[in-house]
Design a protein around this ligand. Structure first.
Ligand SMILES: [Zn+2]
Length: 119
């Protein structure tokens, strides 16, 4: 069991909630930038508009995929916080360093496992 004090628990939870809000806001903003989501542009007959739209749309889709992946990590961390599973390394089962969780609340592996993963 990870022995987080109430204060630390709350600060990590608040960080996750703030991050969640930010990501959700960014996703909403991205929808506004996606020309495919906007009415009117599709009827433009300017040459090159269609390929420009496809380019921008593809960029928006790529960024959204990253944000959705991050969002699901945040949601998973919040669920783990509730169920008491939070802070345990998914690779080796050890407790994740608190400094690492403070810096990256969505971390699901400990420092040494994450270093191994990047080698
Ligand atoms: Zn580990």
């Amino acid at each position: 069991m990870l022995n987080l004090t109430r204060t630390n628990f709350n600060s990590i939870k608040n960080k996750l909630l703030r991050q969640k809000q930010k990501v959700e806001g960014e996703l909403r903003e991205l929808d506004k930038k996606d020309p495919v989501m906007l009415d009117g542009l599709a009827e433009s007959s300017e040459p090159g508009t269609e390929s420009w739209m496809a380019d921008v749309h593809n960029q928006v889709v790529a960024v959204k995929q990253n944000l959705h992946a991050l969002l699901s990590k945040i949601k998973k961390s919040l669920v783990n916080l509730k169920t008491g599973k939070y802070g345990k390394c998914e690779v080796c089962g050890k407790i994740i360093e608190r400094a690492r969780l403070e810096a990256m609340p969505t971390a699901t592996d400990c420092l040494s496992c994450s270093k191994k993963a990047f080698k």
